[in-house]
Design a protein. Structure first.
Length: 152
C-alpha cells in the first residue's frame, strides 16, 4: 500500500492541528502542544501524528483517498480517583468530531483536499503509568480525506 508524500503529510498536520484541533478549548491547560509535552509535570494536552499516511484509494485523476491517524495525550497530576477519571474527559473528542463530520466540516479546511470523516478510534488508556504523581492518558483518532488530483 502506497503512502502519502511527506509534503502532503506536513500540510495535513499543519491544517488539521493549527487550523482546527489547537482551537478546541481544553479546560485547565495552557493550550495544545504538537508532538511533545513542555515538561513532565504540568497539566497539558498534546497532538501527535501516529505513523505513515496510507493511500486507501488512488484515482485516475491523480487524486486519492487517505487516512491520517493521530493521538491526543493528556498529562495531569494524579490526586485521587475522581481526578484520575477527569484526566480522560478532554480526550473524549468523539462527539466533537462526529458533529464536525455531520455538519460538513465547518471548522476544518484542507488545501486541495476534502475531509470525509473524523473519528475516535480508541478510548483513552493510561500510556505511561503514574510517575511523580503525574499520569498520561492517550486516545487515538483518524481523519479520512480525499486529495484532489492534477486533473481536477
Amino acid at each position: 500500500m502506497a503512502n502519502v508524500a511527506l509534503e502532503d503529510v506536513r500540510q495535513i498536520v499543519e491544517e488539521l492541528f493549527m487550523g482546527y484541533i489547537s482551537k478546541i478549548q481544553i479546560p485547565n491547560t495552557k493550550g495544545w502542544y504538537l508532538e511533545y509535552f513542555p515538561n513532565s509535570k504540568e497539566t497539558a494536552i498534546c497532538f501527535k501524528r501516529m505513523n505513515d499516511v496510507p493511500i486507501l484509494q488512488q484515482y485516475i485523476t491523480g487524486g486519492y483517498k487517505a487516512e491520517f491517524s493521530f493521538t491526543v495525550s493528556m498529562q495531569a497530576s494524579v490526586k485521587d480517583t475522581r481526578h484520575n477519571l477527569d484526566i480522560t474527559k478532554p480526550l473524549n473528542l468523539a462527539a466533537t468530531f462526529a458533529r464536525e463530520t455531520r455538519e460538513g466540516f465547518p471548522n476544518l479546511t484542507l488545501t486541495d483536499a476534502k475531509p470525509i470523516s473524523l473519528e475516535m478510534t480508541s478510548t483513552p488508556v493510561d500510556d505511561t503509568g503514574e510517575k511523580e504523581k503525574t499520569a498520561t492518558f492517550v486516545a487515538a483518532y483518524k481523519l479520512v480525506y480525499e486529495k484532489k488530483g492534477a486533473f481536477e
